[in-house]
Design a protein around this ligand. Structure first.
Ligand code: HEM
Ligand code: HEM
Length: 132
């Protein structure tokens, strides 16, 4: 298995742990439930999406009997997806606690970076399976 794919899987499992810990915290201390959007995205964008990126990049080219369209995209997407998500994890709590200004702008930028990663995945997989 390629190194970068292993990293998608490793990061996915790290986000699962973080998301589950936050879930348990919210369960024990319901006053922290305002962080549910962070919990949701750690689990859905972090664990689920990152796992699907890794497994998808490993399996889909094999299903279609061809190489992945762009290995550069696989790498760039990895960094965008992780930087975007860490931005969301770091700035979202600050914004939830009432901050506007720079934290709010950073949160928006993180969301855009995360969206770019999603777009790259869609493009790369579409191009890979197209000629199957
Ligand atoms: C140890 C595992 C988990 C625990 C203890 C946990 C606990 C919680 C708690 C306490 C809430 C807040 C409920 C409230 O609004 O008061 C919540 C919300 C949520 N959880 Fe989890 N969770 C866990 C795993 C997961 C996983 C694996 C996923 C997704 C793959 C997930 C997705 C969500 C979502 C989407 C919400 C927000 C639901 C809404 O919109 O109200 N959770 N979770
Ligand atoms: C570029 C990526 C994404 C961005 C920027 C984003 C942003 C947001 C925002 C701003 C909210 C509203 C939170 C609030 O109520 O304050 C939200 C809610 C939510 N999003 Fe996302 N999202 C993204 C991707 C996803 C994906 C891929 C999933 C599912 C696989 C997802 C599932 C949810 C869920 C379940 C909620 C409701 C959570 C809650 O109860 O607070 N999001 N998202």
């Amino acid at each position: 298995m390629e190194k970068i794919i292993l990293w998608y899987l490793r990061m996915s499992l790290i986000y699962l742990l973080l998301g589950a810990v936050l879930g348990v915290v919210m369960f024990i201390a319901p006053e922290t439930a305002s962080y549910r959007s962070i919990h949701a995205h750690l689990n859905l964008l972090g664990f689920m999406a990152m796992m699907i990126y890794g497994v998808g990049y490993h399996i889909l080219p094999r299903f279609s009997g061809r190489m992945i369209y762009s290995n550069t995209i696989v790498r760039v997407q990895f960094w965008l997806a992780n930087i975007g998500l860490w931005g969301m994890i770091v700035f979202w709590p600050v914004v939830i606690n009432g901050a506007g200004g720079i934290p709010s702008a950073m949160l928006s930028i993180s969301g855009v970076v995360e969206s770019l990663a999603i777009l790259l995945f869609v493009y790369n997989i579409m191009k890979t399976i197209k000629a199957a």
